[in-house]
Design a protein around this ligand. Structure first.
Ligand SMILES: [Mg+2]
Length: 297
């Protein structure tokens, strides 16, 4: 299939968008999409998915497309925002046979996550090069009050959704459901001071909140929810790609024990000190876990 036909297929797939998504006035097919923001704050994020770095050839095509979209949607969730639209580009080998299928999967999951593709583009790798494949997905969304990493205050309590670690088992890293509904419900119910999605590992990601807020996050080893697929505490702290939420809230805030299927666990507190992720072990000793994780960039 030629590029012109592929791009036409991207447009065809979204032909019914103006009716089904009222904030998208013009979808793919023109020079630009036309959107109608509705007075809330606009939040934007973009992310690469690169072959042999973020996925390998054992990952089914559908999950490659899903993961490319899901990573960006998870960032939107971390702002307590609602995903609204997506743009996808792909860098593929010349004559790549699965381009259409790949965009089908990205389009399907983008709609499933509430952010239909409003545009896309395909570029070819140099002739004779068969990789790496690269997908870039940009997602835009809307928030009443975007929750930043920088809002944590001394005295806040620290919470995580779900169970952490072992995400490579059964391709769970590509099947995760971004916690959009959980984040929106939390923001509606109570005060969330700071939030991040757990993409690189609890240790590294907690330290990002700590640095942005100028505080220290102290986590209790026996409170961290360890997934049954994880190899214990170190897996929960460092495996990454959980796509759960880590957030802080004032100690007086009432935080539900779960929202939908997502369990919410109190795992620690915000204290004064040099910004870091400090884990308090059962015997009372402490470990700096700020580097536990995996920089996927
Ligand atoms: Mg993130």
């Amino acid at each position: 299939m030629r590029e012109r036909e592929l791009l036409q297929r991207i447009a065809d797939r979204s032909a019914d968008l103006p009716e089904s998504f009222d904030r998208v006035l013009v979808g793919p097919g023109d020079d630009c999409a036309v959107l109608a923001p509705d007075g809330r704050r606009l939040v934007l994020t973009t992310d690469h998915l690169v072959q042999d770095r973020h996925f390998d050839d054992t990952l089914p095509l559908e999950l490659i497309g899903r993961k490319a979209v899901m990573r960006s949607v998870s960032d939107i969730a971390a702002m307590a925002a609602e995903p609204a639209w997506a743009l996808a580009t792909a860098l593929l080998p010349v004559g790549y046979a699965h381009a259409d299928d790949l965009f089908d999967h990205m389009a399907h999951h983008a709609r499933e996550f509430g952010c239909p593709l409003v545009g896309g583009d395909i570029a070819s790798l140099p002739a004779g090069s068969d990789g790496p494949i690269s997908l870039t997905v940009t997602v835009g969304g809307y928030a009443e009050n975007p929750v930043l990493r920088s809002g944590a205050r001394v005295g806040d309590l620290v919470y995580a959704t779900g169970e952490l670690g072992g995400s490579m088992t059964n391709n769970r890293h590509a099947k995760a459901t971004p916690r959009v509904a959980v984040a929106l419900e939390l923001a509606r119910l109570t005060t969330i001071r700071a939030m991040i999605d757990l993409s690189d590992g609890l240790g590294i990601d907690a330290a990002r909140i700590a640095r942005a807020s100028g505080v220290r996050l102290e986590l209790d080893a026996d409170a961290i929810p360890i997934h049954t697929d994880a190899s214990g505490l170190s897996g929960a702290l460092g495996d990454g790609e959980d796509y759960e939420l880590l957030f802080t809230a004032p100690s007086r805030a009432t935080i539900p024990e779960s929202i939908g299927v997502a369990r919410i666990t109190r795992i620690g507190r915000v204290v004064e000190g040099e910004p870091a992720t400090i884990v308090r072990m059962l015997d009372g000793s402490t470990v700096d876990a700020s580097e536990q994780g995996f920089e996927h960039g």
